[in-house]
Write a protein that binds this ligand. Structure first.
Ligand code: PMP
Length: 420
């Protein structure tokens, strides 16, 4: 049967009541970044109003208080990912920095010429370029798992690419361009069987489903706060304790040392070893507030709500002549990527914007995937927990309007006489 959306939480998000171009805003660009609930905005403001001090160095009360809040935020992230220990959570600026940390601290000292890093055609540039950099530094090489026409990974090819030279599998949990959910637990088991380490890019996963790093079994898991209703400039890396313990620092500075002398400096244990300098204290605390928010709503309910919207949106788009979905994997999360015949995605995005419908158009930082499909980009509507049927109806109405403007309505609408 057809599921129905169950959440109605837009009122928790102040920005959503702001009209855009005089229209009700249909915010469908959650894959780029999510809006923030008042509870998160308030948590960040409250920190500066009531608790601001630097951490880990003060003898004074406020510093100890700020340190407790920051450590508490780490424990919140630990529970959120079901990590075994709080010191397995490193705060970073986001997913990109987390992946670069692993590339430089785990990869650079360990990889040798001919070692293989396995990733997939559907990776975001931030899970490609850091590995290319480390390949240049070490002589390691990239191997790429192909994607099938429906946007699922070619699992037979994956099996074939695994071998004794495979040192690392770096794979996205959910594709930001297609919404494909990859079988990361199974892939981790297969990669571990050949002795490889596994990093999962969770940027597009954590807001849409519960994540359990122990159930997945991966060695590293990265995500960004801003795609999880939290602030920009904060994210986290989960790293298994045995691995983090043996990884050298990748940035030097205050707070990451045990002792410093000109002839010998010793480093703090993880996670401090990887958090040089004053961190984004307020951001970490507001990220914890975002996690508290989504957990109070419940990730299972968020998932059910978004799956109902995804079904509704998929049917609605498939019913429009001239619209083609890109990525029709069995298991998808939060994303509708599509093309409209005769209308460039950027033109479509501009027309939709004038109707108050915010989507993203372009290559979505996944240029190799676009090349694989032989297209320059797509239009992407991406869902958040506050979206409802009205947002998808607004999307559909705006696409009809664009087709009428361009005179490209799949042959069913009267031609406006304008050139496509
Ligand atoms: N990986 C994926 C799958 C993403 O969607 C994104 C953001 N679009 C990133 C990594 C990078 O995240 P950030 O820019 O927050 O570091």
């Amino acid at each position: 049967g057809v599921q129905t959306p169950i959440l109605d939480l837009a009122a928790d998000f102040p920005i959503l009541s702001r009209p855009v171009h005089g229209r009700r805003l249909a915010y469908l660009d959650n894959g780029a970044t999510t809006q923030k609930p008042a509870a998160v905005i308030e948590a960040e403001a409250r920190f500066y109003r009531e608790s601001n001090a630097n951490i880990h160095r003060g003898v004074h009360w406020l510093s100890q208080h700020a340190t407790e809040l920051y450590d508490g935020a780490r424990a919140t992230v630990q529970r959120f990912l079901n990590a075994a220990r709080a010191d397995e959570i490193v705060f970073t600026r986001g997913t990109t920095e987390a992946i670069n940390l692993v590339a430089q601290s785990w990869g650079r000292p360990r990889l040798a010429a001919g070692d293989e890093i396995l990733l997939s055609t559907m990776e975001h540039h931030s899970n490609i370029v850091p590995w290319q950099l480390v390949c240049e530094q070490t002589g390691a090489v990239l191997k790429v798992i192909p994607v099938q026409d429906n946007g699922e990974l070619d699992m037979a090819a994956f099996e074939g690419l695994l071998g004794e030279r495979t040192r690392l599998l770096a794979i996205t949990h959910v594709s930001n361009a297609l919404g494909t959910v990859n079988p990361v637990a199974e892939m981790t088991r297969r990669a571990h069987a050949v002795g490889a380490v596994v990093l999962v890019d969770g940027a597009q996963a954590v807001a849409h489903q519960a994540v359990d790093v122990q159930a997945i079994g991966c060695d590293f898991y990265a995500f960004s706060g801003h795609k999880l209703y939290g602030p920009t400039g904060i994210g986290a890396l989960y790293g298994r304790a045995e691995l983090l313990r043996h990884m050298p620092p990748w940035q030097g500075g205050g707070d990451m040392i045990r002792t410093v002398a000109f002839d010998n400096t010793t480093f703090a244990p993880p996670p401090q070893r990887f958090e040089a300098g004053t961190p984004n204290i307020a951001g970490a605390i507001a990220l914890a507030a975002a996690i508290d928010y989504v957990q109070a709503v419940g990730l299972a309910r968020i998932h059910a709500h978004e799956q109902a919207l995804l079904d509704y949106g998929t049917r609605a788009l498939q019913d429009i002549p001239g619209v083609r979905l890109v990525g029709t994997a069995q298991d998808r999360a939060g994303i509708l990527s599509f093309l409209v015949d005769g209308i460039h995605p950027h033109d479509l995005g501009t027309i939709l914007d004038a109707e108050g419908v915010a989507i993203r158009a372009g290559h979505h930082c996944a240029m190799p995937l676009m090349t694989r499909f032989g297209i320059p980009g797509t239009a992407r509507a991406s869902l958040g927990l506050y979206n409802g049927l009205a947002d998808l109806d607004a999307l559909v109405a705006a696409i009809h309007k664009a087709q009428a403007l361009f005179g490209t309505r799949g042959g069913t609408a009267p031609c406006t006489g304008r050139a496509a």
